[in-house]
Design a protein around this ligand. Structure first.
Ligand code: SF4
Ligand code: SF4
Ligand code: FES
Length: 339
């Protein structure tokens, strides 16, 4: 079958350009096979990373038809099928609508959140630096060093399986919305690795790790729970779920005076339990104003409150939800399961 490849090419510090290549391929060919064909037979100047060709090394991360993925994992057949599904759900005026006999187009672009060095090769320095911030090494400094090795039970080892699958490909980091707006946020790959350390029975730095991951918005509280990392991860590491597990460990240890982020989570749950939904008037006062303890926080709420008042959006009263009882029992069921 014929496929048109549209490759977003770019030299460092210059604007991207789209270059097209037509190939005769099999549906079973991977995207990496196709890029190799382009490089070997049509254009030797095209730059991209690759190594194992087998979803092991994590080198070939790139954006394939708009989402970050491994070029050696995705193939032509599944990409074309995906495009057809998108086109089938598009309205007649949508850009996805193309003539039925048009040859399939596959768009390849460099990963996001990292500057381009050349074509599909990005500079991953910030990715590695952010990984380093979570100290991704098991620390046994304070442990008595055993004669031969640190033994783990099968159950203890099983806890590391999912996060241990990470091949550091960068797909999650590339799509992370929090990372896009907050350059301090360490990213989903780093926090998935952070959970791997927290869950490791041999590590003896759990308390200081949790302090570190709890800090400001560089750690777990910077995540906006957009789910993109879970969606794109080729190894099912589910970074957002791992971030949730770290948050839970922090919440189990700290009270609502520890930080605004912790207060935000606890107040939200308390208010929803009480009224079935959030009483916005109390939410701001309790979280930002720390129930009148934080005068600076209270003052910072003033301009927003005034603007809301002027636009008639300030909630003067509060009606509990008719389903408050059901909501409360649902939350309590989940909490009892967790405990
Ligand atoms: S968590 Fe998944 S997407 Fe992120 S770097 Fe690891 S393997 Fe890649
Ligand atoms: S869920 Fe959180 S960590 Fe994952 S991509 Fe979204 S903001 Fe980033
Ligand atoms: S080339 Fe190694 S993961 Fe794709």
């Amino acid at each position: 079958m014929q496929v048109l490849f549209k490759v977003i090419r770019q030299e460092q510090n210059s604007s991207p350009v789209v270059q097209t290549y037509t190939l005769d391929v099999d549906p079973g060919n991977t995207i990496l096979d196709c890029l190799n064909l382009i490089k070997w037979e049509q254009d030797g100047s095209l730059a991209f990373r690759k190594n194992c060709r087998n979803t092991i090394c994590g080198s070939c991360g790139m954006r394939i038809n708009g989402r970050s993925a491994l070029a050696c994992k995705e193939n032509i057949g599944s990409e074309v099928q995906r495009l057809q599904q998108i086109a089938a759900s598009a309205t007649p005026s949508d850009a996805f609508q193309r003539p039925l006999d048009a040859i399939p187009e596959i768009t390849i672009a460099p990963m996001g959140n990292m500057p381009v060095i050349k074509d599909l090769v990005v500079d991953m320095r910030s990715f590695w630096d952010h990984l380093e911030v979570v100290e991704p090494y098991v620390s046994t400094d304070a442990s008595r060093v055993p004669e031969r090795e640190f033994l783990q039970t099968p159950e203890e080892r099983d806890r590391l399986n999912q996060t241990g699958n990470c091949i550091l490909c960068g797909a999650c980091y590339s799509e992370c919305n929090a990372r896009e707006v907050n350059s301090d946020f360490v990213g989903p790959h780093a926090l998935a690795k952070a959970y791997r350390m927290v869950a490791d029975s041999r590590d003896d730095e759990i308390e200081s790790r949790l302090e570190n991951y709890n800090e400001g918005t560089k750690g777990v509280w910077g995540c906006t729970r957009c789910f993109m990392c879970n969606t794109v991860c080729p190894m099912d590491v589910a970074p957002m779920d791992q971030i949730g597990k770290i948050k839970q460990q922090i919440l189990d240890r700290k009270d609502d005076q520890a930080s605004r982020s912790i207060r935000h989570r606890k107040v939200l749950i308390d208010l929803v339990k009480e009224g079935g939904w959030i009483d916005e008037r109390r939410f701001g006062l309790q979280v930002v104003g720390n129930s009148f303890r934080d005068i600076k926080g209270m003052i910072s709420l003033g301009p927003l409150g005034l603007r809301m008042l002027v636009r008639g959006k300030f909630p003067l009263g509060f009606e509990p939800s008719a389903g408050a009882e059901v909501v409360r029992s649902l939350i309590e069921s989940v909490q009892s399961l967790e405990s």
